[in-house]
Design a protein around this ligand. Structure first.
Ligand SMILES: *Cc1c(COP(=O)(O)O)cnc(C)c1O
Length: 356
């Protein structure tokens, strides 16, 4: 311990969902896509691997930014790319926030957000979601150094209408508003279309969820070119080559094959709607979701008990032992087969629990 900095001693690192190696699980705990990436992505990755790995990649990821810019119809200088959206979010902290005022985000949201604040020695204030887990934007009408909202929110899956985000931007013009849209492709509408209008709006996306590329680590942000310049200044003070050649090739190919991705997102939405109905039949309450997961609570069986029993049966879901949500499970929408297996197992567990 004596070689540890004060920061290392104090920090409480983020803990991602478990990736156990002891046996094969049906993994419904980390919101990965159950479908593989587009075959065109795999071809592009192979090609990139065969070409020029001995050379450094382009530090500015120009070709990748070009393909993202064409996809969304925004200027290339409005795009920043990073090693997963986790890195993009991390770089936002030193780029935009000062310690004199708090960063505002919901009490229940992506649990990485407070970790970044401690890492960069910044202050934050959590704003409680209402009883039904919805965000009331008027609770954010207070002095701040920036606001971060995940939309749809995680781990609730609840979606905030764009009109409300617009209202938030209208009354909060003196600091940045960051919208983390990791799950936007599962039924929501992106705020990217407002980035030309609001110079303080930054929208963060990932290729980990809807584009089936969690293994490649690619995320990006879209916003006013001045915001992007700030992120570039911080990134270039930390690591010049955050996007490697294989990652870049995969990203470019993914943006080209939009039909493939629209199709798998549609499938996931359909499975989610089916799963929601089945959960309700089993006496669960499900929060309305526009994401690739459902946040559910059972009428009489504790979430922790269900989590443990499911794991024993080879099915992993996410359980958070945290205030307000410790009786909920976050369940990733898998293939129809995986969800049927989950439902079948749950029916047996619930029957046994109810009998005891
Ligand atoms: C998964 C997730 C991320 C992280 O995505 P990566 O690009 O894999 O780092 C960011 N925000 C939220 C809300 C997420 O659920």
């Amino acid at each position: 311990m004596k070689f540890w900095s004060e920061l290392t001693k104090q920090i409480n690192p983020y803990v991602p969902g478990e990736q156990p190696q002891d046996k094969e699980y049906i993994k419904l705990n980390t919101n990965e896509n159950p479908y593989p990436p587009s075959p065109k992505v795999l071809d592009a990755v192979k090609k990139a691997a065969n070409e020029s790995l001995k050379l450094y990649p382009d530090p500015d990821s120009n070709k990748l930014k070009q393909s993202i810019s064409e996809f969304f119809g925004v200027e290339k200088n409005m795009i920043f790319t990073g090693n997963g959206s986790d890195e993009v979010l991390a770089l936002c902290y030193p780029a935009f926030f000062n310690p004199d005022k708090p960063i505002l985000f919901p009490d229940i949201t992506y649990s990485f957000l407070p970790v970044f604040a401690s890492l960069f020695n910044l202050n934050y204030e959590t704003i409680p979601l209402s009883e039904d887990f919805s965000i009331n934007i008027f609770d954010y009408k207070k002095d701040n150094t920036g606001i971060i909202i995940a939309n749809p929110n995680a781990p609730t899956g609840k979606y905030l209408e764009l009109a409300e985000i617009r209202q938030l931007l209208e009354f909060n013009k003196n600091s940045i508003v960051i919208i983390d849209e990791a799950y936007i492709d599962f039924g929501g509408e992106s705020a990217i279309k407002m980035t030309g209008e609001y110079e303080n709006l930054l929208v963060v996306h990932t290729l980990s969820k809807s584009r089936s590329l969690a293994g490649i680590r690619l995320g990006y942000a879209v916003g006013n070119s001045k915001l992007i310049e700030a992120l570039n200044r911080i990134k270039s003070s930390f690591n010049s080559y955050t996007i490697d050649r294989i990652c870049s090739a995969a990203g470019i190919a993914a943006f080209k094959d939009s039909d493939y991705y629209a199709d798998i997102s549609r499938k996931i939405i359909k499975t989610r709607e089916y799963a929601e109905k089945e959960f309700i039949k089993m006496d669960f309450k499900a929060i309305p979701s526009k994401s690739n997961f459902l946040f559910v609570t059972h009428k009489n069986i504790k979430a922790e008990q269900l989590y443990i029993s499911l794991k024993k049966n080879g099915i992993l879901v996410r359980y958070f032992k945290k205030p307000r949500i410790d009786n909920y499970l976050r369940i990733t929408i898998g293939t129809d087969e995986a969800i049927d297996e989950l439902l079948k197992t749950l029916r047996i567990i619930i029957k046994t629990e109810n009998r005891d």
